[in-house]
Ligand binder design. Structure first.
Ligand code: SAM
Length: 278
């Protein structure tokens, strides 16, 4: 089988890029190598790839994994992928929207599952949120995303990047920044820089909470109104003033602080104190 580059495959099939599907294909082999190596894929793994494009990353994953299941939305890419990857019997292609696909069904009984993707930037946050919130059984998520989103994910308290997305990911995962990637590594070139992150799922969430929904509700409320004090932000929960006041006191958190200064442990204490008073 000839080893065609991304550019060769695009040319061979006269593929036309769709901007609205976030199609920026990787052409840089050093980035490709870093993604595959940092994902630490081995013959026990089911790899789920979101958005395989013309299959450049997919091919490298297929050489290392037990099986690769790729989810691609663009109908024009389906015949290209089937043709270019036909030599691999461990490849499964699902022609669907990754936001709607049934991950539980894909994962089945596999117990070593890793997600690897050069994500379409317009759906980065919904895909990450879905994978984490819905408690799928995967070990890690190695993703290339827009640099700014990566910085928000890895942000620490007291920075302008710290927000609900940082807390969601850090609550469930350890984060490793693998490398930065310039627009020159793609065709067509995106307008923004990219970053590769590895999110390794923790055995249990970073903080124990009585009610996850309340924890994330408090977090969202505080970051929806990030300029306001916690006290003002939590008025949105529509609870009696005394309840909120007691919750701050019991949690040992000053109600005049802003949400962006709180650690995950402090958010957890506050949410638990609210639950205890309800
Ligand atoms: N993996 C390829 C690479 O690295 O060269 C392509 C990455 S490109 C940034 C994103 C891919 O995701 C495209 O192939 C695009 O068609 C696909 N895509 C876009 N939206 C999608 C969705 N909602 N579900 C599944 N795939 C999607």
């Amino acid at each position: 089988m000839e080893n065609l580059s991304t550019k060769d495959i695009v040319k061979k099939y006269e593929f036309r890029f769709s901007k609205s599907l976030g199609q920026n294909f990787l052409i840089d082999n050093s980035v490709l190598g870093d993604i595959v190596n940092s994902a630490e894929v081995n013959k026990e793994d089911l790899v789920i790839e979101i958005g395989p494009g013309v299959g450049t990353l997919t091919k490298e994953l297929l050489k290392k994994a037990k099986k690769v299941c790729a989810i691609e939305l663009d109908s024009d890419l389906i015949p290209i992928l089937n043709e270019e990857l036909k030599e691999f019997d461990n490849f499964e292609l699902i022609h669907k929207d990754a936001l709607k696909v049934d991950f539980k069904e894909i994962i089945g009984k596999e117990d070593s599952v890793k997600v690897v993707a050069n994500l379409p930037y317009y759906v980065t946050t919904p895909i990450i949120s879905r994978l984490l919130n819905e408690q799928y059984k995967f070990k890690s998520l190695t993703i290339m995303i827009q640099k700014e989103v990566g910085e928000r994910i890895a942000a620490k308290p007291n920075t302008k990047e710290y927000g609900a997305l940082s807390i969601l990911v850090q609550y469930y995962c350890d984060i490793d920044i693998i490398r930065r990637v310039s627009p020159a590594s793609f065709i067509p070139r995106p307008k923004v820089d990219s970053i590769v992150l590895r999110l390794s799922k923790l055995d249990s969430p970073r903080a124990e909470v009585k009610d996850k929904d309340m924890f994330f509700k408090v977090v969202r409320q505080c970051f929806n109104m990030r300029r306001k004090t916690m006290w003002n932000a939590l008025k949105g929960l529509k609870l009696p003033g005394e309840t909120i006041e007691s919750a701050f006191k019991n949690a040992g958190v000053d109600q005049k602080r802003r949400g962006e200064t709180l650690s995950i442990a402090e958010f957890a204490r506050l949410a638990d104190s609210i639950c205890e008073l309800l």
